[in-house]
Unconditional design. Structure first.
Length: 358
């Protein structure tokens, strides 16, 4: 039986391995410091342990590792007093301790700066999602109106069946079942909209590619068709799952879809076509492609399009594609654009598939 490896358990295992490796490195440096003369400040290499710790440990963990390195340095000095000049050894020990302390302070400052950048990027991505939802207001209203209208129709039918002589309870029950189903459908739409509008940290989970694409297409297809654009979606069956943040991947797809629609504003309504294609590639990746037959892109601009604040649209901010690139790269994938042979452009991105175990 095949099952997916839980990211939580594998994450704990990776953390444990990293901590063991970190402790081993710190002990190895301490042993080397003990076995060398006092004039050689091997203990200063403990800063490498601190720099590695700051990459995956919280502030408290980094401070604990730094204190451990300092304790090991002092112990090493005490055990090496029989070899070399004790005065030089004391100076080297103080230099090592100062280097560890200074490196810890600088590393924590650097980590704080990186975290601030990530928070700002997350907020910017949230703003972009809300702006995208603003563009889909009519489509969302249409999607919710459909099940609500169906509920009204089923409710009227239920009243008619209850008013007949004799009362047709079976038909009335069927009408109520339809009302419940339509109410759940409206609720699902609201849940999807709230997920896109909500600001939250990255949450990776095992997701279905087909469901992820279908959900965002369901929100956007009315707006796309309202613009006179024919939408075609190709998602093959049997795709493996992805370990990804569903909302972020849907944000990328939505951004590429809306960009494609915007690029076809000058195309005749009966000729504008937007295609979404998904395929499973040999290299263990799932490929996504959003293609349009709009104004296209110039070959010299294909790389600049993903730079922050670069845009070819008069009303654009130039952040949508930059955010999309950061999301895809954070998931271990790639994103790029190619001009179509005839007209329009195709935006591609890939994501690594989830690992399976028996």
């Amino acid at each position: 039986m095949m099952r997916m490896r839980e990211p939580e358990s594998s994450g704990k295992a990776v953390l444990a391995v990293r901590l063991i490796a970190l402790l081993t490195l710190a002990l190895a440096i301490a042993v080397a410091d003990t076995l060398t003369d006092l004039e050689i400040a091997v203990g200063v290499f403990q800063i490498a342990v601190v720099l590695l710790a700051v990459r995956f440990l919280p502030v408290g963990g980094v401070i604990a590792v730094a204190l451990l390195c300092m304790v090991l340095t002092v112990i090493s000095y005490e055990m090496t007093t029989s070899r070399g000049s004790e005065a030089s050894g004391l100076v080297n020990c103080m230099i090592s301790l100062a280097a560890i302390a200074m490196t810890t302070w600088l590393a924590l400052r650097m980590a704080l700066a990186i975290r601030t950048v990530h928070d700002a990027r997350s907020q910017l991505a949230h703003i972009a999602r809300v702006n995208q939802l603003g563009e889909l207001t009519a489509s969302i209203a249409h999607e919710i109106n459909q099940p609500l209208s169906a509920i009204v129709i089923s409710g009227n039918a239920c009243q008619r069946w209850l008013a007949t002589e004799p009362v047709n309870l079976e038909k009335a029950r069927q009408a109520v079942d339809r009302m419940i189903g339509d109410a759940n459908r409206a609720g699902d739409i609201i849940v999807r909209v709230r997920a896109l509008a909500k600001r939250s940290s990255t949450h990776k989970e095992w997701i279905s590619v087909a469901d992820t694409v279908a959900e965002i297409v369901a929100l956007a297809h009315s707006e796309i068709e309202e613009q006179g654009v024919a939408l075609k979606v190709e998602v093959p069956e049997g795709l493996p799952p992805l370990l990804a943040d569903r909302v972020q991947i849907q944000q990328v797809l939505l951004n590429l879809m809306l960009n494609g629609v915007d690029a076809m504003k000058k195309v005749e309504p009966d000729q504008a076509q937007l295609e979404i294609r998904v395929d499973w590639r040999d290299g263990g990746e799932i490929g996504f492609a959003v293609s349009d037959n709009g104004i296209g892109v110039q070959p010299e601009n294909t790389h600049r399009l993903f730079d922050a604040f670069y845009t070819t649209k008069e009303e654009g901010m130039g952040i949508g594609l930059a955010i999309s690139r950061s999301i895809i790269e954070a998931h271990g994938g790639r994103i790029w654009v190619t001009p179509n042979p005839s007209i329009g452009a195709t935006f591609h991105f890939t994501l690594p598939t989830g690992k399976m175990e028996t």
